[in-house]
Write a protein that binds this ligand. Structure first.
Ligand SMILES: [Zn+2]
Length: 252
């Protein structure tokens, strides 16, 4: 009963909002079968050796690490993942003209696959569906590079300059892209309603989008399985599964 009232309250905020900003983390993608790498049950948390494959220093220095990384990319769970009802609810929010920005820590492009436009999605950790040359900056589709791996190249180099190719994601030890973070923070300050969905809000600077939006006058809604440090400043907090809850909050 209390929950129904909370859902109705948030629905009325969505009705009245014109600039909704949504921040998404691993929790929305785990419901599409993509494991959380950093969370309490995360792949890296349980097996620190696996983190080595995602550390930029090992990757650049050691061809064996790169070969192992390419093998892992062939099996990446993103290739078979499909957007879930949570992703689709966010695409519908954009169709209603209410979505100001969709900031995501995910690298799987499931938001774009669900129908959100590339211009609305701010990928703070990049995308696994592209490769980037670490020497010349060339980018290309990941699947083309994976075709070369399948054809026998264990560590395919850049075809333009011979440099090292890597997924276009932010690896451990690698700096975030300042322009992307600035865009995310600016959008958060322009929000009239901010949703934090499936993120533990522990990773800065992007976790700071929540207090920044709050300070600029936005209402805050947090939907996450675990408590977060910002639950106390949120106007509504939900712990339910995202795919079941987000459509109830967002769909007309
Ligand atoms: Zn290159």
């Amino acid at each position: 009963m209390r929950n129904t009232a909370a859902i109705e309250k948030v629905r009325s905020w969505v009705e009245g909002a014109t600039r909704v900003v949504v921040l998404t983390g691993a929790g929305i993608s785990t419901e599409s079968g993509i494991p959380d790498f950093r969370g309490p049950q995360g792949v890296w948390t349980k097996n620190p050796q696996a983190e080595k494959l995602s550390n930029i220093h090992y990757y650049m220095a050691d061809p064996e690490v790169r070969k192992a990384s390419w093998k892992a990319r062939l099996e990446h769970p993103a290739w078979n993942a499909k957007p879930n009802t949570g992703h689709l609810a966010l695409a519908a929010l954009e169709q209603r003209g209410k979505l100001h920005a969709l900031i995501t820590q995910n690298i799987d492009e499931l938001h774009q696959m669900a129908g959100n436009s590339a211009e609305k999605v701010i990928e703070v950790h990049g995308t696994v569906r592209k490769v980037v040359c670490m020497a010349c900056g060339m980018t290309a589709p990941m699947q083309k590079a994976l075709d070369r791996v399948r054809a026998g190249e264990e560590d395919p180099p850049c075809r333009d300059c011979g440099g090292i190719l890597k997924s276009a994601t932010i690896s451990f030890g690698q700096a975030l892209v300042p322009e992307v973070i600035e865009r995310a923070m600016r959008a958060s300050q322009e929000a009239d309603l901010l949703f934090a969905v499936g993120t533990s809000l522990q990773v800065y600077p992007i976790a700071g989008a929540v207090p920044a939006a709050r300070a600029a006058g936005a209402k805050i809604v947090i939907l996450n399985a675990e408590p977060t440090q910002f639950d106390g400043i949120a106007d509504a907090v939900f712990r339910e599964p995202i795919g079941a809850t987000l459509p109830q909050l967002l769909l007309p």
